[in-house]
Design a protein around this ligand. Structure first.
Ligand SMILES: Cc1cc2nc3c(=O)[nH]c(=O)nc-3n(C[C@H](O)[C@H](O)[C@H](O)COP(=O)(O)OP(=O)(O)OC[C@H]3O[C@@H](n4cnc5c(N)ncnc54)[C@H](O)[C@@H]3O)c2cc1C
Length: 325
């Protein structure tokens, strides 16, 4: 079975992995010149299904709870399972209660327990929520490692042009897919670098207007994200968003005020009206899209569904045989 996947974001590469593992002959075509710069490249890499339930449907939790295991199996050593810490400044303590009412599988922490988990935050917050079952990865390292692994098992990855015949074509082009009611949700982020503070896990700082998260990466880097703006413009980050993200990072710890601002970035999240992802099929064309703010969390489940549709479903086999005749 020859499968052509358009788009080398997290949707396309996870599907390529799923199909190659099951024996398909896979080609990925990416219109950019490299695996960088798309929405997946800008992501925080949080695998946080219980926290995301605060604003997402139950389906996101159901589809996402296996994501850390999938990534761990696909890319051993990339997943960091240290949970998520959720905090709020004293004046916004009500936000913690609201967050807790909408989520599950967390433990309430007092100031001492916060200091034990994250010594750099000692004395700064009186209460927090700890989601011990959550994980994160560095999305850029994961995408590049996935690319290398795929190349190693014979998947072709072609940049800048479209390949030839395939039995099945899968569109994983994210916000570039204009055939449907997809909308863009702009996400702006920063990368700060400082050796003055270290964090072991993603920290979410709640705020009624500007909730942010800080995700630690190697080399003293911290990804700070992200705005959620209903618009599909991919232009540079605005001054306002920069100020708000920096202000929130500074509120988490003043050491971020002295950090180097080494990168700003913008990604446009592809979303359907219900903010849930879809795997759709029309004859020999399949589409995975609408990963919204959950690409790393939900792509493994979506890839599994699409691979079943392509390889495991009798109807899919039938149309593949017809295509060969
Ligand atoms: C700031 C930010 C933070 C985020 N944080 C998280 C997080 O912590 N955890 C999480 O799970 N999710 C997170 N997300 C969401 C996640 O990044 C997206 O859901 C995900 O990247 C969408 O992946 P995709 O593969 O559908 O799209 P993309 O990553 O945009 O990939 C689509 C690819 O298709 C290519 N393409 C377009 N047209 C064509 C064509 N005609 N032919 C070939 N190729 C084409 C594009 O160049 C692109 O490379 C975040 C998003 C943003 C913006």
């Amino acid at each position: 079975m020859k499968v052509l996947i358009r788009g080398a974001g997290v949707a396309g590469l996870t599907l390529a992995h799923e199909l190659a593992t099951r024996g398909a002959d896979v080609t990925v075509v990416e219109k950019r010149r490299e695996i960088a710069g798309n929405a997946s490249w800008q992501a925080g890499g949080m695998l946080a299904p219980w926290c995301e339930r605060e604003s997402a449907e139950e389906a996101v939790l159901a589809l996402g709870r296996g994501a850390a295991d999938w990534w761990d199996a696909a890319l051993p050593g990339h997943v960091c399972r240290r949970g998520t810490l959720v905090l709020a400044p004293a004046r916004d303590a009500g936000e913690l209660d609201r967050f807790g009412r909408r989520t599950s599988r967390f433990r309430q922490l007092d100031a001492c327990e916060i200091a034990t988990l994250e010594p750099a935050l000692a004395g700064r917050f009186g209460r927090g929520l700890f989601f011990a079952g959550e994980a994160h990865l560095d999305p850029r390292k994961a995408l590049l490692a996935l690319r290398d692994k795929l190349l190693g098992v014979g998947v072709r990855i072609e940049f800048g042009h479209r390949s030839g015949y395939a039995d099945v074509e899968v569109d994983c082009t994210g916000i570039a897919d204009r055939r449907s009611e997809l909308r863009g949700v702009r996400g702006e982020m920063l990368v700060l670098q400082t050796a003055e503070i270290s964090l072991a896990r993603p920290v979410r700082l709640l705020h009624p207007r500007v909730p942010v998260y800080v995700v630690p990466r190697s080399a003293n880097l911290f990804m700070v994200g992200a705005t959620m703006i209903e618009c599909d413009a991919a232009g540079p980050i605005t001054a306002r968003s920069t100020m708000e993200l920096l202000g929130a990072a500074y509120a988490l710890h003043p050491a971020f005020g002295e950090a180097e601002l080494v990168e700003t970035g913008v990604g446009v999240r592809p979303a359907f009206a219900d903010n849930l992802p879809r795997v759709e099929r029309d004859g020999r064309n399949i589409r995975i899209n609408g990963l919204y703010r959950h690409g790393f969390l939900l792509a493994p489940a979506m890839a599994g569904q699409a691979a079943d549709m392509i390889l495991g479903n009798p109807a899919a086999k039938e149309f593949a045989l017809e295509a060969h005749r």
